[in-house]
Design a binder for this molecule. Structure first.
Ligand code: AMP
Ligand code: GLY
Length: 440
C-alpha cells in the first residue's frame, strides 16, 4: 500500500483524495479546516496551517508518507515542494520557481514574450502611473485589462466593460495599485469563449484531459460579481461545440513550450498539474492565465472520469516518465457549487447545512465538501463555496439532471446556479462564439 498525503481542505482536495483512495492509497490529510469528506476517506488527519512546512514534514515522518499531493496554490507559491523534497518527501506539485507561472502574472507574460509563445497577448508592466495614460491611448481604453501582480484570489483582475467603464476608472484603479505599491500589468483584452485545459506534467511531457468550462459569475445568465467558480461542465467527446481538437492542440503546444521555457529560464523542471485557461478569439487561442494546480471546481469534472490508476500517474509525474496513453471515460459531467447566501460579497458563515445522504446516493450524484467544516455531527458553512455536486452521464442533459437532483438533497441557507450545464446556456455560448468568429 502507498501512503499518500493530500494538502488542502476544499472540494478539489476531496476529489483528489477520493481518486487516490480508489487507486488503492492509504490516505492522510493535512488541512487548515476539517473537510468531512477527507476525514472519512483518511487513515488520519491533521488540522493545521497548510503553510507550516515543519509541521507537515513531522506529519509525513510520523505517517511514513510515500508522496504528497498539494491541492491549493498558496503553499505552492511559497515553496512547499522545495521544503518537503528537502525533507525527503516527493511531491506532486511545482517547486517555487516553477510555480511562478501562477504566482506572478508578470513572470508568465515576460516568459511567453521572450520565448515567442503564440497564445500570448500584448501587455506592459507598470510600477508607477508614468506611461499608463499613453499606453491606454495606444491600446484604446475598451481593450484594457488591469492585472495586479501576485495572487489576488480572483478579485484583482479588472476588465474594461465588466468592472471598468471609462479611462478614469482605469486610471483610478491603477493609482490605487500604485498607492499600495503593487506592480501591475495592462493587458490586451480578448473577446471570445474561455476553456480550461488541465494537464499532468513531469518536467517534459504535458498530458491533457477533457476540456472544461467554468462559470465565474455568481448568478444565472452570467450576472453578478466574479467568484472562484459556481460550476463547470465537460462534454462526452472531451471537447465543446465551440472548441475543436485543433484548439486543444494549439493550447497543448503552447503549454509544452511554456514548460520547456520554465526549465530553460529557471533551471527547474515544472512538475505537477498545470492548468491553462485559454480564450478562443477571432485571432486564435489566447492564454488568459496559468494555474499551478488543478482547478476548483474543474478537478471534479476530470478526475472521476480517469480510467488509469491515479497513483501511477502521480509516481510518473514525480519520476518524469508520463506516457501518452491515459484515458478518460467518454462521458459528460456537470458540477454545481452550492454557496452560502450572500457569497461572494457578504456570505453567511457558521450556518448549518443538512445533507440527505441516502437520497443523494439514490440520485447517483457525487458530492464533495468544500469550504465547510464539521463539528460533532453537524456541517457548517464558512465564507466560501460550500458543497460541489457532480452529475456524470452519457449526455450533458442527463448529467445536468443528476446534478440538480443531487443539489435538491442539500438544505441550508445556500444558493446555486441552475443554468450551469443546461442546453440553453450552451446555446448562448455557441451564438456568442459564432458572432466573434464571424466578425473576423
Ligand atoms: P484571471 O484571474 O487572470 O483568471 O482573470 C479573471 C477573469 O478575467 C478571467 O476568467 C477572464 O474572464 C478575465 N480576463 C483575464 N484576462 C483577460 C484578458 N486578457 N482578456 C479578457 N478577459 C480577461
Ligand atoms: N475555477 C478556477 C480556478 O480554479 O482557478
Amino acid at each position: 500500500m502507498v501512503n499518500c498525503l493530500i494538502i488542502g481542505h476544499g472540494a478539489r482536495e476531496h476529489v483528489i483524495g477520493e481518486t487516490l483512495v480508489n487507486g488503492g492509497a492509504n490516505l492522510f490529510a493535512f488541512m487548515s479546516y476539517k473537510n468531512a469528506g477527507l476525514e472519512d476517506l483518511s487513515k488520519d488527519i491533521k488540522i493545521h496551517s497548510e503553510s507550516d512546512f515543519k509541521k507537515i514534514i513531522e506529519f509525513c515522518k510520523e505517517k511514513n508518507i510515500d508522496f504528497v499531493v498539494i491541492g491549493p496554490e498558496a503553499p505552492l507559491i511559497v515553496g512547499i515542494v522545495d521544503a518537503l523534497e528537502k525533507g525527503g518527501f516527493p511531491c506532486v506539485g511545482p517547486k517555487i520557481e516553477a510555480a511562478q507561472l501562477e504566482g506572478s502574472k508578470i513572470f508568465t507574460r515576460e516568459l511567453l514574450d521572450k520565448y515567442k509563445i503564440q497564445s500570448n497577448v500584448k501587455s506592459k508592466i507598470f510600477d508607477s502611473i508614468d506611461g499608463v495614460e499613453s499606453y491606454i491611448k495606444d491600446m484604446g481604453e475598451e481593450n484594457i485589462v488591469v492585472k495586479p501582480e501576485g495572487l489576488t484570489g480572483g478579485k484583482g483582475v479588472k476588465v474594461y466593460g465588466d468592472h471598468l467603464f471609462s479611462k478614469k476608472d482605469i486610471l483610478d484603479y491603477c493609482s490605487e495599485l500604485v498607492d499600495k505599491k503593487n506592480r501591475f500589468l495592462l493587458e490586451e483584452k480578448c473577446d471570445g469563449e474561455e476553456f480550461t485545459l488541465q494537464t499532468f506534467v513531469d518536467g517534459k511531457n504535458v498530458i491533457g484531459s477533457p476540456l472544461v468550462q467554468d462559470h465565474k459569475r455568481a448568478f444565472e445568465d452570467d450576472r453578478g460579481p466574479n467568484t472562484g467558480g459556481m460550476g463547470s461542465y465537460s462534454m462526452e467527446d472531451h471537447l465543446m461545440p465551440f472548441f475543436n481538437q485543433n484548439d486543444v492542440n494549439e493550447a497543448l503546444r503552447d503549454m509544452k513550450k511554456t514548460v520547456a521555457a520554465v526549465k530553460e529560464e529557471t533551471g527547474v523542471e515544472y512538475k505537477g498539474f498545470l492548468y491553462g485557461q485559454f480564450m478562443k478569439t477571432a485571432s486564435g487561442i489566447k492564454l488568459i492565465e496559468y494555474n499551478s494546480r488543478l482547478g476548483d471546481p474543474e478537478a471534479m469534472n476530470i478526475l472521476p472520469l480517469l480510467k488509469n490508476n491515479f497513483i501511477d500517474i502521480c509516481w510518473s509525474i514525480i519520476n518524469g516518465n508520463l506516457h501518452q496513453n491515459y484515458e478518460f471515460e467518454k462521458k459528460a459531467t456537470v458540477c454545481k457549487y452550492l454557496a452560502p447566501e450572500g457569497y461572494p460579497v457578504n456570505p453567511k458563515k457558521d450556518v448549518v447545512i443538512k445533507i440527505n445522504i441516502e437520497e443523494i446516493i439514490k440520485s447517483k450524484a457525487k458530492y464533495y465538501y468544500a469550504s465547510v467544516y464539521r463539528e460533532g455531527e453537524n456541517i457548517y458553512t464558512t465564507t466560501s463555496r460550500a458543497m460541489g455536486v457532480l452529475g456524470i452521464a452519457e449526455s450533458l442533459e442527463e448529467a445536468e439532471k443528476i446534478a440538480e437532483t443531487g443539489v435538491s438533497c442539500i438544505k441550508g441557507n445556500l444558493f446555486h446556479r441552475k443554468d450551469v450545464g443546461t442546453r440553453k446556456l450552451l446555446q448562448k455560448r455557441i451564438v456568442h462564439m459564432n458572432s466573434i468568429l464571424n466578425k473576423k
